[in-house]
Design a binder for this molecule. Structure first.
Ligand SMILES: [Zn+2]
Length: 452
């Protein structure tokens, strides 16, 4: 495998329950990324999966997302207020029969391992601040501890285990280490983007020379339109000595974004790619299709984008069926409404016109079986709301993973014109009343991808 080929597909393991999917399909990926909080929550299980996939046999690259931003300041999505109370990493916990509102255990453990301002933030109950990095000596120390963590956490876990201790020495290193990063709040872009550039440079200074250092630029979608900011990143990031940059524009959802944002994103990727490997940390098909993007990462369960600010108390959404032609997840009944117009009457019609992955072939013995992807039930007897069955969610996830891997393989060998005509064909084929409002993104993607 050439080292830095484009169109890399990297999955993000979001929770321990996703291990099953990755055990089965992870070997077909270019990389796997795990959040440091997950490594703290379920260290043994996460480590064994990483060792299996990153070992010699499969050679999947892995990355540890240091998740440093969660210890920083955030903007309340409801009020738009700037908050430094760390509430977004708190939850209700049971302590001796009492329910206590406090920092989640995995984040407390992580802060203790990082030490310095992270640990201090947890202790005082107030976020890490730009001023914690004012002094370069301190700043480098912070970068050092965050990088050491990414390089040693897995080995520490192996050393703890009597039967695995002998593997500790040979445990594979991550493909790159990330500099600590924080959310570049819209109200404080200047100081926070300067901090991102500084932590990138310090990290290169302190990291072992044989391991590439990457930066994460985590900002609001509105930053895409701010050319002062993006120009600064393009000019300054390569000077820091990093080899790669991961972009994460919160609320930049490829399927909802307007042409201006999509264009700005493409331009930024191209401008950065002259000197650096460029990744989209939470992207989908559009990013995968960008020629200058090295790779895209996303979760496997609930979509390909991520808002920096989680909606607290939101119930788990259903996993919908990824419609390969439209490159979007949709409800099963909506897709079924199109069957007649598309002449889909038999399983063979379905495999020819919608999807012929092994999951669909296994599920659909007669055409009405397609509804198994949207199967609902009352989750509890007293429950008022119906929820998707776990089996249906699982089918949807596997079908999505297989399609995404297939898309990656196809994009790697397709020309730009072939990608554009495939999109155009899909628009023509699905130009049906239930779908017209669901595929407005396709024309926008086509416009932006085809621009010279
Ligand atoms: Zn399928």
């Amino acid at each position: 495998m050439s080292k830095d080929k484009p169109h890399q597909l990297i999955f993000r393991m979001g929770s321990h329950s996703e291990k099953e999917y990755l055990t089965k399909t992870g070997r077909f990926l270019d990389g796997l990324i795990v959040g440091a909080n997950l490594l703290e929550a379920t260290p043994g299980a996460t480590m064994s999966l990483l060792l299996k996939l990153a070992g010699e046999k499969y050679g999947v690259r892995y990355y540890v997302d240091p998740m440093s931003y969660v210890f920083g300041v955030y903007t309340d999505p409801k009020s738009g207020e700037r908050r430094e109370d760390l509430d977004w990493i708190k939850s209700n916990r049971k302590v001796k029969d009492k329910t206590v509102w406090g920092i989640k255990r995995s984040y407390t453990a992580l802060a203790e391992r990082y030490g310095g301002p992270f640990e201090a933030a947890i202790e005082r109950g107030r976020a890490v601040d730009v001023s914690d990095f004012r002094n370069a000596t301190n700043g480098k120390k912070i970068c050092q501890s965050v990088i050491d963590y990414q390089l040693t956490r897995i080995r520490l876990e192996l050393i703890k285990d009597k039967e695995l201790v002998e593997f500790a020495e040979d445990a594979p290193d991550p493909a790159a280490v990330f500099a600590p990063y924080f959310y570049i709040e819209p109200g404080n872009k200047q100081a926070l983007s300067e901090l991102a550039i500084k932590t990138a440079a310090w990290s290169v200074e302190v990291a072992p020379k044989n391991i590439p250092v990457h930066a994460v630029i985590c900002a609001d979608r509105s930053a895409l339109a701010d050319s002062t900011l993006t120009d600064r990143l393009v000019t300054e990031l390569p000077k820091t000595g990093i080899s790669g940059v991961w972009l994460w524009f919160s609320r930049f959802f490829e399927a909802d974004a307007d042409v201006a944002d999509l264009k700005a994103f493409r331009r930024l990727v191209e401008n950065l790619s002259g000197h650096l490997l460029v990744y989209n940390m939470h992207g989908g098909f559009f990013s995968l299709a960008l020629e200058k993007l090295t790779g895209v990462s996303h979760g496997i369960g609930y979509g390909e984008q991520k808002d920096v600010h989680p909606v607290i108390g939101q119930s788990t959404p259903s996993v919908r069926y990824y419609l390969p032609d439209i490159r979007k997840r949709l409800g099963v009944p909506k897709i079924e409404l199109c069957f007649r117009a598309l002449g889909i009457e038999t399983p063979k019609d379905f495999f020819d016109k919608v999807c012929d992955c092994v999951i669909c072939k296994g599920v659909i013995e007669k055409i009405s079986d397609f509804s198994a992807f949207g199967e609902m039930r009352y989750s509890r007897v007293e429950s008022q709301r119906m929820a998707q069955t776990p089996a249906a969610a699982k089918r949807c996830r596997y079908h999505f993973i297989l399609n995404r891997i297939r898309e990656r393989d196809w994009i790697r060998s397709a020309t730009k014109n072939e990608v554009i005509s495939a999109i155009k064909d899909a628009e023509r084929k699905w130009n049906l009343v239930p779908m017209t409002s669901e595929m407005t993104h396709l024309a926008k993607w086509r416009e932006v991808l085809s621009a010279e």
